[in-house]
Design a protein around this ligand. Structure first.
Ligand SMILES: [Zn+2]
Ligand SMILES: [Zn+2]
Length: 358
């Protein structure tokens, strides 16, 4: 079957090959025919080595499709079921899961060192234990979450990562209050989802901050009340908050420099919510005086920061009610053969979300 493979960390092009096979099917596993997969910035971060990932590997962790086959012991799914791929499945029995923080369950990472694919002469890993830039994937049954019939595969794929991450940051982690002021730094698919989450929570002012003009324009159509370039953020802070700073600032880039900017844009006692996925050697520094004296709450948000299945259901409910726009997030659609063009668009910041159809 067809899949897009990165041979070595640091390469910037994927090799679309037809000799790849999904491996590991057996008890407790399911085989999924992927129909749509989103291109998430974390895929690029894994390719560059910012996020740890063994190679060669098939990127992609935001996908949806239908079940082809179920292994022994899988009773909750059947061939033909429409599912989205959850790259962070909940085991249901660990301390994190028992607390309702299923996004912190590490069970899914136990298989991260096991290849998900093979091709002649080589084992191939799947990013985050999935690898959705492939026509078929084999994953643990818990990674396949049924989706309602009215949710298209493209929309379901986005809910599998970017939308859940951004909405959850605003709703679960920061718990944005009605009437508050919000700034979102970094307005790709996740940042736009944080904007939509803040709007759904009733934020009064939502400032989108991004260096790319097309993203600033897009942000205004998703609920941002104004959109500025990074150099204009200080001015916006003065105008909108009287210089005090925003009640909530979301860092959706994953760099210490932007996190520092975001910290500075947060009011004393306000909330800095760190959503971007950053590198292990990039350090965020604060002095101990500002840390205690300004009492800014620094809240990291991983994968929506809450119960994952509940977050999916909420995203679907808000989408059905017309309270969030998910179709509009998909700015490009390409077949798998066009993946390298899609990567280039993601790098220039042109795309909010590219959906790859298979
Ligand atoms: Zn668990
Ligand atoms: Zn992602």
């Amino acid at each position: 079957m067809r899949a897009a493979v990165l041979h070595e960390i640091g390469q910037d092009k994927l090799d679309v090959l037809d000799d790849v096979e999904a491996v590991g099917f057996g008890p407790g596993k399911v085989r999924i025919r992927i129909r749509a997969t989103g291109l998430c910035h974390s895929d690029i971060s894994a390719m560059t080595g910012v996020l740890p990932q063994p190679a060669p590997f098939v990127p992609g962790h935001e996908g949806a499709g239908e079940i082809l086959d179920v292994g022994d012991g899988v009773t909750s799914l059947a061939p033909g079921d429409r599912v989205l791929v959850c790259w962070l499945p909940a085991c249901g029995v660990c301390p994190s899961c028992k607390r309702g923080q299923t996004h912190l369950c590490l069970a899914g990472f136990m298989n991260a060192g096991t290849p998900n694919f093979k091709r002649p002469g080589a084992e191939v890993f799947g990013f985050a234990g999935t690898g959705t830039f492939a026509e078929e994937v084999v994953v643990a049954a818990g990674c396949a979450v049924p989706i309602p019939d009215d949710v298209p595969y493209e929309i379901a794929a986005l809910i599998g990562c970017g939308v859940t991450t951004g909405l959850g940051a605003a709703i679960n982690t920061a718990k944005v209050e009605a009437g508050s002021s919000v700034a979102v730094i970094g307005c790709g698919g996740v940042g736009i989802s944080a904007i939509q989450g803040a709007r759904a929570q009733g934020a009064a002012q939502i400032v989108a901050v991004d260096p790319v003009a097309s993203r600033r324009e897009a942000a205004l159509t998703f609920g941002a009340t104004e959109a500025v370039s990074p150099s204009e953020l200080d001015d916006a802070k003065q105008r909108i908050t009287g210089g005090e700073g925003f009640d909530y600032v979301f860092e959706v880039v994953g760099k210490s420099a932007t996190a520092r900017t975001a910290y500075g844009a947060t009011r004393r006692g306000g909330t800095l919510c760190v959503v971007g996925a950053g590198a292990m050697d990039d350090f965020f520094q604060l002095n101990m005086f500002e840390l205690f004296f300004d009492e800014k709450r620094i809240l990291p948000s991983l994968y929506g920061g809450g119960d994952v299945l509940r977050s999916y259901e909420r995203a679907v409910a808000l989408w059905r009610a017309g309270r969030i726009d998910l179709e509009g997030l998909i700015t490009h659609r390409v077949p798998l053969a066009g993946i390298n063009d899609a990567l280039d668009q993601m790098r220039t910041g042109e795309a909010l979300r590219t959906c790859i159809t298979l």
